[in-house]
Design a protein around this ligand. Structure first.
Ligand code: ZN
Length: 56
């Protein structure tokens, strides 16, 4: 699995020092030392069930 597009900014600290993990599934930020996974939920207008489950 290879990502379509590499990340530029860490979603947590905003730094640009991101590297893929050895298994190429997760990303690791060398600035804040967080490791995270990005999942594609939908392409186009997402269905209601796929919307961000935030407040409101
Ligand atoms: Zn970070």
């Amino acid at each position: 699995m290879s990502p379509d597009l590499e990340f530029v900014h860490c979603p947590y600290c905003g730094d640009t020092d991101l590297v893929p993990t050895e298994d190429d599934i997760d990303w690791s930020c060398r600035s804040c030392l967080r490791t995270f996974t990005v999942t594609l939920v939908a392409v186009g207008h997402p269905p209601a069930s796929a919307r961000w489950r935030g407040r409101g």
